[in-house]
Unconditional design. Structure first.
Length: 297
């Protein structure tokens, strides 16, 4: 799978995961509404007909409906969290600084599992402390997930995703719900960095081949430019390391062998791929392009 397709898959997983969580909350809310209104009205109606059997049947039917909705809501919510976890993992593997979101989903999932165990054990009263622990983990996981979404919004310069991330961080159910809605809408507007600036028409700058990063602090990338352009800056995504020097800074038409010196790169993982994002000036238009390079110690 190409870099562009992988990045798009990560974004799509975050978006679909957000949609699943939105649906999950809606189903749970419907269950609560049924519990408050439907069951009460059914019970009153049955009592009005002086039918004890009818009252019991009404309550039993309502409870079954609520249980089904809650169970369905939990399953859809679990799918949503797993998709979001997958999305963060894919983007992290591409060098995007969103690992905190993946950590949040892991903590959140652990909290859900503990909550299920605590719910069963609460019957014999020893599950209450477990439920408290589960709620704490879910709270922390949710905050980290929100931070992850905020970073996605920063990386792809999408304001709705950033605002959604902020609302997800706040531990209030309604704000979380609105946050995922905003994130879902914003993610639909996001384009992968690897393809966002490679348009079908007009000037193009893109990578040729595979770049390398050496343990002596140098990195080598080949850039093709369809027009004269200049490199404004560069950085290694995920670790936010910027080069001390870039040569050449002016790109000519055709292939350009770009050499960058970063200095100390001991924080990089051997034989791992990294994204180097270039900020380039093309005739007064500032664009960002992403390239890949393997760290070869």
């Amino acid at each position: 799978m190409s870099l562009q397709n992988s990045e798009m898959e990560g974004i799509k997983n975050l978006r679909s995961g957000s949609l699943f969580l939105i649906i999950s909350v809606l189903l749970a809310s419907i269950g609560v509404i049924i519990a408050i209104t439907g069951g009460l009205f059914g019970f009153v109606f049955s009592l009005g007909t002086l039918s004890a059997v009818g009252a019991v049947s009404s309550i039993f039917g309502t409870l079954i409906g609520i249980v089904v909705l809650v169970l369905l809501s939990a399953i859809i919510g679990l799918i949503g969290i797993l998709r979001i976890k997958s999305g963060f993992s894919i983007l992290k593997s591409l060098g995007r600084d969103v690992g905190i979101g993946g950590t949040g989903t892991t903590i959140y999932l652990v909290g859900l599992i503990i909550a299920i165990i605590g719910a069963f054990l609460s019957i014999i009263l020893i599950g209450l402390p477990i439920l408290v622990l589960a709620e704490f983990l879910i709270l922390i996981g949710g905050i980290l997930i929100g931070v992850g979404f905020y970073r996605v919004g920063e990386i792809y310069n999408e304001g709705l995703v950033k605002i959604g991330g902020i609302l997800i961080i706040i531990p209030v159910g309604l704000l979380n719900f609105i946050g995922f809605i905003l994130a879902y809408i914003g993610l639909g507007k996001v384009k992968p960095l690897a393809t966002a600036t490679q348009q079908s028409f007009g000037p193009q700058v893109y990578q040729v081949g595979q770049g390398t990063i050496k343990n002596n602090g140098y990195a080598y990338i080949t850039l093709y430019s369809s027009t004269p352009a200049s490199i404004v800056s560069a950085r290694i995504e995920g670790v936010n390391i910027m080069p001390i020097s870039i040569s050449p800074t002016v790109l000519q038409i055709g292939n350009n062998e770009v050499t960058m010196f970063f200095g100390n790169l001991q924080s990089l993982s051997p034989n791992s791929p990294y994204i180097i994002t270039f900020t380039i000036n093309i005739g007064g238009n500032i664009i960002n392009i992403s390239t890949t390079a393997i760290y070869q110690p």
